[in-house]
Ligand binder design. Structure first.
Ligand code: AMP
Length: 221
């Protein structure tokens, strides 16, 4: 079996392409887009515990990662390309890769939300979120000082329990907010999944990667 080292960008010998995608709510849509351009995993991904999957194209393989890790693997060139939510790209900062395509899947909003009945709030708010950098940037740009509290999930509990006054989170249908007595207050950014490409890999594997970008662009227009 080949090691990952053999597939680093710039490796003119193999010129194989690794595409990182996320297991989760956009996996099927991502696989549908790949299917449209003739790339199919050779094994069932959803039910497998494996993380690397060969495809019908012997020069392309898929790496299945947690959402927050796709940008990291592409930044470091272990994966040449990735499909990553704009929420994660914003939080990561976008170093080391280009974002050539909006894939128009996984559409949702990054929002500030709070209790429906907030009562009187203090001048300095506590904001709970897993998107710490995004929340900091949003409030800094507005010139508002806040205290950010990092959480890893279930953000809706923070205002209910008194841990924080507001949250910064992804809202799709709004059902989770409503079910917890919260309302959306401010839109931070419209989110969807983007194709990201390692900057060095685009140069060194241009002949392989550019046609893929073009094909994906055609399939998602
Ligand atoms: P909803 O109830 O449909 O508004 O979904 C909100 C919950 O699902 C929140 O806990 C979000 O973190 C999560 N969520 C919604 N859409 C996405 C998405 N596209 N990517 C990741 N998480 C999402």
């Amino acid at each position: 079996m080949r090691t990952f080292k053999e597939h680093r960008p710039g490796d003119a010998m193999s010129q194989s392409i690794t595409l990182a995608i996320t297991k989760g709510r956009v996996l099927q849509e991502a696989l549908d887009i790949l299917d449209k351009i003739g790339i199919r995993p050779e094994e069932e991904i959803e039910s497998s515990r494996k993380m690397v999957f060969p495809t019908n194209r012997n020069d392309i393989r898929l790496m299945i990662l947690r959402g927050m890790d796709v940008t990291t693997y592409v930044e470091h060139g272990i994966a040449d390309l990735g499909m990553s939510g704009r929420d994660i790209i914003l939080e990561h900062g976008g170093n080391g890769f280009y974002e050539p395509l909006n894939l128009h899947i996984g559409q949702c909003n990054m929002m500030v939300a709070g209790l429906k009945d907030e009562g009187t709030l203090p001048n300095r708010l506590r904001i709970a979120t897993k998107f710490v950098n995004t929340a900091k940037r949003f409030y800094a740009e507005k010139g508002i000082q806040v205290d950010i509290i990092k959480l890893y999930g279930d953000m809706e509990l923070a205002p209910i329990s008194g841990l924080a006054h507001r949250i910064v989170d992804i809202v799709q249908t709004g059902n989770t907010l409503r079910a917890n007595g919260l309302v959306p207050l401010e839109l931070i950014e419209k989110i969807s999944t983007y194709l990201i490409v390692n900057k060095i890999a685009l140069k060194t594997k241009y002949d392989k990667i550019q046609p893929l970008i073009d094909a994906l662009g055609g399939a998602t227009r």
